[in-house]
Design a protein around this ligand. Sequence first.
Ligand SMILES: [Fe+2]
Ligand SMILES: [Fe+2]
Length: 390
Amino acid sequence: MKSPYVNELEPNKLITTSFLVHSKEIRQKKSGEFYLSLLLADRTGELDAKMWDNVAEVLDAFDRDDFVRVKGLVQIFHNRPQMTIHKVRRMDDSEIDFGDYFPSSRRDQDEMWRELRGVVAGIANVHLRGLLDAVLDDEDVARRYRRAPAAKSIHHAFLGGLIEHVLSLCSLGRLAAQHYSFIDADLLLTGAILHDIGKIYELNYERGFSYSNDGQLLGHIHIGLRIVADKLRGLPLFPPALRSLVEHMILSHHGKLEFGSPKVPQFPEAMMLHYLDDMDSKMEGMRALIESDRQVDGCFTAYNTALERSVLKKELFLNPPAVSKEPVSKEPSSPPPAPTETAPKAPAAAPPAAAAPPAVAVSNGTPKSDSAFAGKLKQALQPASGSEGK
Ligand SMILES: [Fe+2]
Ligand SMILES: [Fe+2]
């Protein structure tokens, strides 16, 4: 098990730990020298990192999606934690426990799979149930469906995210079908289970999350239709009109042409699926944004392009840290600032080394000091309380 994780980092202390490289850029200082700008990650979050000196030795030593062991110092820069790297080396996969580096659903994948198969078993329409069983009995589909994220970054971007998202939609769908008596629950649940199934092949999720070649060329809507067509070849008695409804739900679930759907939803179950999908992705996106936000000052998250807004960290707004003497209220963030080309000077919020506060462990939500710096770093690195997932 690696240590410390991103959410356990301590201020003003040299640390040595390992990360997965989410991005690596070689940039130039004003002096013309090169430096490395990295986004490092483990299963608890991401951390900006810069390597200012001795860069030539490590430029080609590792790349994106590699694991690295780093030694460095965490400071606050541009209102976010940032590590200045002193040493870095690439790690071999044999040194790695993959579970340390990839975020995954808090729910057990086997339990979610059983729940999904239970939803299918409860579908009364024999044709729809037969289609779903044919899809989910496919071993490759089943293996990928249990593990796939629901998106690369926007929502449910963690292992098991797709199935968690689908089960959430199934719960919402049952409630919606109770409320609107004209809704066909079997059709709505079938749409929920199949609408994003193309994502199991659209995304790569063996290391970092990225689009596969087919994902880039075809997208998950088209891939989903292919999977359904493939299984329907083995179900010759499936009614053609019902097939069109299922296909329309997959095609139209993004709701608008500009969001990638070639057709807008044209019957109530398709419209409902679109609204539930949109709501579930936005709710989870907002929850995750609050939980993973790395802004140090203020009670708004960084600007989120998918949600097109900053989000209020409500718990922090209602319960501001008592010890902070510096202003905690700022305007919501605008779109992200342009990257700097200069090395950070001493951290704005950190006192001189001689007067540095004791190091503060922020793991397990139990700060061991009340310094303002510790409070800020805790705000930035700890998940906000009271923001548990649905
Ligand atoms: Fe989708
Ligand atoms: Fe979805």
